[in-house]
Design a protein around this ligand. Structure first.
Ligand SMILES: NC(=O)c1ccc[n+]([C@@H]2O[C@H](COP(=O)([O-])OP(=O)(O)OC[C@H]3O[C@@H](n4cnc5c(N)ncnc54)[C@H](OP(=O)(O)O)[C@@H]3O)[C@@H](O)[C@H]2O)c1
Length: 253
């Protein structure tokens, strides 16, 4: 990926940060966003120490004008866009559907689903200019099967991301833009810690969730990052429109 240009949303922490580092390790130049500037700057410094190139810009992916400005940085800073991973998302609450607050529903759909579409919209514009590119959207196992941990709006948004991915793959295949999704199982990040801590017994919740994966462990962010970056790469040149589970067998049952 030497001299290729990659974009990652939510690249300041968690899985997104691991994706930034994986792109950098393969020689790509990266722009990434997130709302927390302190976390963004920390990741930027980490990349610099590794001798790589990555630039952080603040951006809320649910805001059209901020997304437009952020995606255009790929062109103004580095000259275009080859790869994009749309990873930013929020989990929302773990609460019964009939009691779920409308405000939180709107937030989850707005960041996780509309945000993914807004990013794709401007990324595709740049990729059309370059006559090709590759996009990976981060969905979830909750985008492939129902979620039984009371996160129906999150699951609805993530199923939406899979639909968006497959339709875009068909729409842009002749323009040499591949679009795929990665659907992680439970991964050790802030988002997962938040879910554990929202339950009355976090240790028991972790054990229970671990057992849901046939491999009987949780995944590290790097395992998702490698799959996402590989899907972007030319090694996956004949793959488009897939929703790839990276889930230790969770959805094989
Ligand atoms: N962890 C899991 O078990 C798991 C499982 C399946 C799928 N996933 C998916 O994997 C992806 C990454 O999740 P994660 O576990 O790494 O979560 P995380 O640690 O909470 O990271 C989420 C990232 O998204 C950013 N973000 C959130 N809202 C944003 C917004 N409105 N605009 C821009 N950036 C925003 C956050 O930064 P700021 O807060 O600074 O904006 C952060 O960098 C998500 O799509 C998630 O749904 C995670």
């Amino acid at each position: 990926m030497k001299d290729k240009i990659a974009l990652v949303t939510g690249g300041n922490t968690g899985i997104g940060k691991a994706i930034v580092l994986e792109f950098v390790s393969r020689g790509a130049k990266v722009i990434f966003c997130g709302r927390r500037e302190d976390e963004g700057k920390k990741t930027e410094e980490e990349v610099l120490k590794l001798g790589g190139t990555a630039k952080y810009f603040p951006c809320d992916v649910s805001n059209d004008s901020q997304v437009k400005e952020f995606v255009q940085k790929a062109e103004s800073e580095f000259g275009g866009l080859d790869f994009a991973v749309n990873n930013a998302a929020v989990g929302g609450l773990s609460q019964d559907l009939h009691q779920y607050p409308e405000k939180v529903w709107d937030k989850v759909i707005s960041v996780d689903l509309k945000g993914t579409w807004l990013c794709m919209k401007y990324e595709i514009e740049l990729m059309l200019k370059k006559q090709g590119g590759s996009i990976v959207n981060i969905s979830s196992i909750a985008g492939l099967v129902g979620a039984d941990w009371k996160v129906a709006p999150y699951s609805a948004a993530k199923h939406g991301v899979v639909g968006l991915t497959k339709s875009a793959a068909l729409e842009y295949s002749e323009k040499k833009i591949r679009v795929n999704a990665v659907c992680p199982g439970f991964i050790r990040t802030e988002m997962l810690e938040g879910l554990f801590h929202s339950s009355p017994d976090p240790k028991e919740a972790e054990k229970k969730i671990t057992r849901l994966h046939p491999v009987n462990r949780l995944s590290e962010p790097e395992e998702v990052a490698k799959a996402a970056v590989w899907l972007c790469s030319s090694e996956a040149s004949f793959i488009t429109g897939v929703a790839l589970p990276v889930d230790g067998g969770y959805t094989a049952k």
